[in-house]
Design a protein around this ligand. Structure first.
Ligand code: SAM
Length: 218
């Protein structure tokens, strides 16, 4: 049974205020962050960390993204209810919950099997419905393409061409690209077969995207 107490909701309100102060303007995104209990992804002993604006280890060398990062990527995606969204890097499943709260139909792919299984179990127990896939998402997931939006939640060395090909027209990809220490957030919009635009945003620090189009494991 997942407990979501008055205290937890109060801690989330404080987090939402922090995110608004840091420049998050999209009210639906702030509302989604207010609605999703983040503490359920944390061990009881680490509850105090759940509503701080920071990333946190979730095992297997991976992290639940910083709430600010989740908010920025969600804001950039500009989700409309009913959008078909591919998330690459399920991790804990927290970002997936935010996308679902925004009304998206979500396909989420995770490379690490234990994380994929854990996230699927957790979201099901929370009453969220998404399509969970285990595998290498660095080449997207063609079987369910096209997607209105694609979000990559791990740092990529470059933009995989197949992700652009799997976008609907119009469609939008939000992806952090750069080195293994920091990456620039990019939005790539596919407006027609030949008209593809690219915008650059701030720097962030993600764990590396692995797999065929990602960083090779050492
Ligand atoms: N969105 C996640 C959340 O809300 O908890 C945070 C994800 S964590 C920063 C990045 C995730 O991407 C990790 O769980 C990692 O295993 C996964 N990942 C890395 N390379 C991947 C790939 N090629 N395909 C799918 N998932 C990948």
């Amino acid at each position: 049974m997942i407990e979501d107490s008055y205290r937890h909701r109060g801690m989330r309100r404080a987090l939402v205020r922090t995110l608004a102060e840091k420049g998050i303007r999209n009210q639906q995104v702030l509302h989604a962050i207010q609605n999703v209990p983040r503490h359920v992804f944390f061990d009881q002993a680490f509850l105090e960390h759940a509503y701080q604006d920071k990333a946190f280890p979730i095992g297997e060398g991976q992290t639940i993204s910083q709430p600010y990062t989740v908010a920025v990527q969600s804001e950039l995606l500009d989700i409309k209810p009913g959008d078909r969204v591919l998330e690459i890097g399920t991790g804990s499943g927290y970002q997936c919950c935010i996308l679902l709260e925004l009304g998206a139909k979500v396909y989420t792919i995770e490379y690490v099997k234990s994380l994929h299984q854990q996230a699927k179990k957790m979201l099901n127990s929370m009453g969220y419905q998404a399509n969970f896939i285990h595998g290498d998402g660095s080449r997207g997931f063609n079987a369910y393409a096209p997607y209105d939006k694609i979000i990559v939640t791990a740092g990529a060395p470059s933009v995989p061409e197949e992700l652009i090909q799997q976008l609907a027209i119009p469609g939008k990809l939000v992806i952090p690209v750069g080195g293994t220490d920091r990456q620039k957030m990019l939005t790539i919009e596919r407006l027609s077969e030949s008209n593809i635009t690219k915008k650059e945003h701030n720097y962030f620090s993600f764990v590396p995207l692995l797999g065929e189009q990602g960083w090779k494991k050492k």
